[in-house]
Write a protein that binds this ligand. Structure first.
Ligand code: FES
Length: 173
């Protein structure tokens, strides 16, 4: 799994910064994937506007850059939400009801995997084992794992997190 970048550390995308952060991979054959990882680490996603620059840098067509980006599902094509929620889909969590929990989470958030809620607060992703099987079913929010999650406890958690987002917005006014 790709390391989750904390949204607080993410930078706003600019082509200038994108070009600067991928320079270390220039002239390294096959380093396109490393450059894409670097962009995702920096901005939380790979912006469409970076594609022509990457094509030039690695001497490949824009279509090839697109192909690689869409082949690896870890690469996001749009800006992630304030929090990234990963719901475990592996066996132990499944045995403890992660399927029903996932359905409820999708319904509560009003979005599917690889999508972001309309308010921009949450991006939903799946994950396969968080190493906390004894406390299944598990959900990870950014880097924090929550065990024995129920539809109700998930609701409470996202209400608290959404509250934090709106109070930080208030505070920055
Ligand atoms: S299977 Fe979900 S944490 Fe291991």
């Amino acid at each position: 799994m790709m390391p989750a970048a904390s949204p607080a550390r993410l930078q706003e995308f600019t082509l200038e910064v994108a070009t600067a952060v991928v320079q270390e991979f220039k002239d390294q054959p096959g380093a396109l994937i490393s450059a894409l990882h670097k962009l995702q680490e920096t901005f939380g996603y790979v912006d469409e506007a970076a594609m022509p620059m990457l094509g030039k840098l690695f001497n490949v067509s824009r279509a090839e850059v697109h192909g690689v980006t869409s082949f690896y599902h870890d690469f996001r094509r749009s800006k992630p939400g304030r929090y990234t929620i990963r719901v475990c889909q592996a066996e132990a969590c499944q045995a403890m009801g992660s399927e029903a929990l996932t359905a409820s989470i999708k319904q509560q958030l009003g979005c599917d995997f690889h999508e972001t809620t309309a308010d921009g607060n949450f991006t939903l992703e799946k994950v396969y084992c968080l190493g906390n099987c004894a406390c299944s079913p598990n959900v990870m929010v950014d880097k924090q794992t929550y065990g024995r999650v129920t539809a109700d406890s998930f609701k409470k958690l996202t209400t608290v997190l959404a509250g934090k987002v709106s109070s930080s917005k208030e505070g920055s006014k």
